[in-house]
Ligand binder design. Structure first.
Ligand code: SF4
Length: 655
């Protein structure tokens, strides 16, 4: 076994068909070439599956992959990833989540835990110390994740950490995710459905293994240094921000300035409000999609309405700050909302507020709290769920769906009661909810009658809540990333929100990339490569917004590696190339993927901040493909590209 630092050198395979466990040792080379998280995931899943397998069948593999730094004290390093073939899009699928589950995977002594086969009846798996078991899950099947965890704590001790599925995953909803820490969710790509198809309710961990570190003292020193630098003079700045936020939407409209702030201010704003800080601002500046992507915030959801879901209002319910393992920012929050019977609930993220608020013209904050809690408990991806409800509402408003189809629900813009009810039906797969539970593309295929024009998805996945008419290169990412429709996939314009260039010396984007399109292609290559590394290390993507991070020194103190930025970027690019190779091997030719016209401005809007804008994402792709070394016709990584990345074995699969 590997004697290296920063990882254990082995992963665990759990076969649910024959109820067996097997360790697999991995070479040091694999870690250096794929790091962990998404990287290790695509390496292991690609190599252990045959082309065109059924993502919900017994040959499908999915797993839990903490980042390489996860489990150490490195700031922001607490994330784990889930990955497999997406049953929603047929492409590579992955998602990640924060909280405290990731470090527990490492404490179990494994660098990842993978599942294959299908259990005969519902099961859950425990790894407690050295003891590994597969248990009957019949008494927790049908419960939400919080109820199930409470039950398991009685049996296995109150210090266990769990990740699992609610009813949505059990019922193989293709828009379901995997939940940990009572409401952190690895939501996108439908990996919850893969877990559900295997009849696996939960993974339960209580570890006792210590990760070997190359230089523990150095890591402590770096961490202390970084965290103390983040402690800006809180008091004054906070007061100022509090005063500024309510007037921000109007101010931004008047000044027409982009959403940017110095990094210390960003971290304070994040700690105070979380991502919901942009609820009202984004609706004003043209970042939030409005009325199923057809509206304009300033007219359809102006501050008089959007203030109903403002971060300041949300913040008034906060009873404590919440943050992931080793996070110096703590952007989460726990709210108490007694008026709707919620003693404790997670602060809803911007994406959730926008998709159930702005996108549906709904400013009833209580309904957003309710829906957020339901989706968290039952493991429904809020972005996909809200996008699908938007589709259903537009069908209803246009007579394609009637109360006969909806079981009496008046699915109208802003009708928060009906929106809550339809989400319940989706979780339980009842009536119209059964059709909507697999996302808007599948629903439009069943409903027919031209309803597909209201389905705002990319290759089957509902598109995230940032508008490419505001952040242009997002259109490219939404269309062509191996996991389509995601804002957390890299896009150079979107990363401008935080000064990503300042994260680490060497990440500097080419000068004048905003003006020179050829430089922009290179800049896109760089953020694509960087983001795969960031994720695979287990670092929160927000960490890139808070200024310089001692990245290479931290990696060295954990692993002992002398890694350069150039090697790191090449590693990230290798990971992206393999995610892409997996996708084309499955027969998904995203190069021909088309976004719905509304999403990129065809036809362009006639008023508002995105007036007149049509994003030419296909032309942009030609240039980016040249930079990446991919065939723009079909998205295949070219043989020489694969060779250069030590991915020769992929060539015979693709050519
Ligand atoms: S910034 Fe927020 S999401 Fe990221 S690690 Fe910190 S608490 Fe978690």
């Amino acid at each position: 076994m590997s004697m290296a630092n920063g990882y254990f050198g082995k992963v665990l395979w759990v076969d649910l068909s024959d109820e067996s466990f097997k360790d697999q040792e991995l070479s040091d080379k694999i870690y250096r070439e794929f790091i962990g998280g998404y990287g290790l995931a695509c390496k292991l899943i690609y190599e252990n599956t045959k082309a065109k397998f059924d993502p919900l069948g017994p040959d499908a593999i999915f797993g839990f992959f903490p980042g390489l730094l996860t489990g150490t004290i490195a700031p922001f390093s607490g994330r784990y990833m889930v990955a497999g073939k997406s049953p929603l899009t047929g492409t590579w699928g992955d998602a990640n989540s924060g909280g405290f589950f990731g470090p527990e995977i490492k404490k179990s002594g494994y660098d990842s835990i993978l599942f294959k086969g299908i259990a005969e009846s519902p099961k859950y798996v425990t790894i407690i110390g050295d003891d590994k078991q597969i248990h009957d899950a019949s008494d927790i099947w049908g419960l939400d994740v919080i109820e199930a965890e409470e039950k398991l704590k009685v049996k296995h001790g109150k210090f266990i950490k769990t990740a699992g599925i609610g009813k949505a995953g059990e019922k193989v909803s293709l828009i379901s995710g995997i939940v940990n820490d009572k409401g952190r969710i690895a939501a996108r790509s439908g990996i919850g459905a893969v877990m559900g198809s295997k009849k696996l309710k939960m993974l339960v961990l209580k570890g006792n293994k210590a990760l070997p570190l190359a230089n523990k003292d150095k890591l402590s020193e770096l961490t202390k240094y970084y965290n103390s630098a983040k402690k800006v003079k809180a008091g004054k700045l906070r007061k100022m921000i509090f005063k500024l936020i309510p007037g921000m939407p109007k101010l931004l409209r008047r000044l027409n300035i982009p959403l940017k702030a110095p990094e210390t201010m960003i971290s304070q704003i994040f700690r105070m409000f979380g991502t919901s800080v942009s609820n009202t601002i984004s609706a004003e500046i043209g970042d939030s999609p409005v009325k199923n992507w057809g509206g304009v915030g300033q007219y359809d959801f102006p501050p008089s309405k959007s203030m109903g879901i403002s971060s300041v209002k949300i913040n008034s319910y906060k009873i404590r700050e919440y943050g992931c393992y080793t996070c110096p920012v703590q952007c989460g929050g726990i709210l108490s909302v007694p008026e709707i019977g919620l003693e404790e609930t997670h602060l809803p993220e911007y994406e959730t507020c926008c998709v159930f608020g702005t996108l549906l013209l709904n400013n009833d904050l209580m309904s957003i709290f309710t829906i957020n809690e339901m989706c968290n408990r039952h493991g429904l991806d809020t972005i996909s769920a809200g996008g699908t409800v938007a589709f259903a509402i537009e069908c209803f408003e246009n007579g394609i769906l009637t109360t006969k189809d909806t079981g009496g629900l008046e699915l109208k813009w802003g009708n928060s009661e009906a929106i809550i009810e339809v989400i319940k039906k989706m979780i339980n797969r009842e009536g119209i909810g059964d059709i909507l539970a697999d996302g808007c593309k599948k629903a439009s295929e069943i409903i027919g009658k031209g309803s597909e024009r209201y389905a705002m998805h990319s290759a089957g996945q509902e598109i995230a809540m940032h508008d490419p008419r505001h952040f242009e290169s997002l259109a490219h990412t939404y269309a062509f990333d191996p996991t389509p429709g995601r804002h957390t996939a890299p896009s150079v314009d979107f990363l401008e929100i935080g000064p990503v260039e300042k994260f680490s010396p060497g990440l500097k984007l080419p000068d004048k990339w905003k003006k020179d399109i050829n430089k922009k292609y290179r800049a896109q290559w760089k953020v694509v490569s960087f983001y795969q590394v960031l994720n695979s290390l287990g670092l929160c993507m927000f960490s890139a917004m808070f200024g310089e991070y001692p990245l290479l020194d931290i990696i060295k103190s954990v692993t002992g590696w002398d890694i350069s930025i150039d090697e790191m970027l090449k590693t990230g690019f290798r990971i992206q190339a393999l995610r892409q190779a997996f996708t084309v091997r499955e027969g998904m030719i995203l190069a021909k993927n088309e976004l719905p016209g509304r999403v990129y401005g065809d036809p362009p809007q006639e008023r508002g901040p995105n007036k007149g804008i049509t994003v030419d994402y296909k032309d942009f792709n030609e240039g980016v493909c040249k930079e990446l070394g991919w065939n723009p016709e079909n998205g295949y990584p070219l043989p020489e590209t694969l060779k250069d990345l030590n991915l020769e074995y992929v060539i015979k699969d693709l050519y």
